[in-house]
Ligand binder design. Structure first.
Ligand SMILES: [Zn+2]
Length: 277
């Protein structure tokens, strides 16, 4: 077997997506194998905009997307784990989906951009997450010059306010710069110890990872790829060349994920680490 591009050490993608088509899902897994991804933690955001907006999915679409995601994870639970995606604008449906998701093996909560993330509507979702030791991955999105329909703005400062209200929940700020300005996002959340950043998407700007390490430290960064596996690989290359101590790299590649997700969520990945030791 060819050596994976990112080496044979464990590698958890904490921000993956499936469900665009059978063909793209299959190719994602093939590309993941080529890179060396041990586990994809993934969600399907409703119908990806076909029947309701991607970032404001209807209750039926949320349920359908989650059901498909649980089926995909069932096929290979060591390599694929599911987030429970909910839309907090439908509070009763969101809580019912969370209960169902726990029973179906969900290991985290995925929130898109259906509500600004410091809104009180997110509190019941976060209380559920606290009770079940689930991290909450929140899509961040900055574009304050105007409102975009179906996609509420939320930046790292908003997420830090939510995190302060739920200090026992681990929050993951999606794709490091939130589709915007990482030079703003990193210091804005630095004072919130329960906010981590995933490294997915957002290109690979020079200085982005160095600043992430400076503001947050290696224990609050989680490797991820989102839908752009190429930028995930580029960030691994960048982490290699900035001279990170091996223990810090292992934290970012997988050990931080093991810490913030429920116990046993990555038993198969931990087994890879023991074999390699
Ligand atoms: Zn996402």
């Amino acid at each position: 077997m060819t050596t994976p591009l990112a080496g044979t050490a464990p590698l958890i993608d904490v921000h993956a997506h499936f469900g665009r088509s059978f063909d793209t899902d299959r190719r994602r897994l093939e590309a993941g194998d080529r890179i060396g991804i041990s586990c994809h933690v993934a969600s399907i955001l409703g119908t990806w905009g076909t029947a309701s907006p991607t970032y404001f999915a209807s209750p039926d679409d949320v349920t359908g997307g989650n059901t498909s995601m649980y089926h995909i994870a069932d096929h290979d639970p060591g390599r694929i784990r599911a987030y429970i995606h909910v839309n907090p604008n439908y509070p009763a449906h969101a809580l019912a989906e969370l209960e169902r998701g726990i029973a179906r093996g969900g290991i985290g909560v995925k929130l898109a951009a259906a509500r600004r993330c410091d809104d009180p509507l997110l509190d019941p979702v976060c209380e559920f997450a606290a009770a079940h030791h689930l991290p909450v991955l929140h899509h961040l999105w900055q574009h304050r010059t105007r409102h975009w329909p179906g996609q509420d703005i939320s930046d790292a400062a908003d997420l830090a306010r939510l995190a302060a209200r739920h200090p026992t929940v681990s929050f993951i700020a999606a794709h490091i710069s939130g589709g915007g300005d990482w030079q703003h996002s990193l210091p804005a959340a630095a004072g919130a110890p329960n906010v981590c950043f995933d490294l997915s998407g957002s290109g690979c700007d020079r200085g982005m990872l160095d600043d992430g390490l400076q503001w947050l430290g290696p224990r609050r960064l989680l490797w991820a790829a989102d839908v752009t596996l190429c930028t995930g690989l580029a960030k691994l290359r960048a982490l290699d060349v900035i001279g990170l101590p091996p223990g810090d790299l292992a934290d970012i590649r997988w050990r931080n994920a093991v810490r913030i997700f429920p116990p046993g969520a990555f038993a198969a990945t931990a087994a890879i680490a023991r074999e390699g030791a």
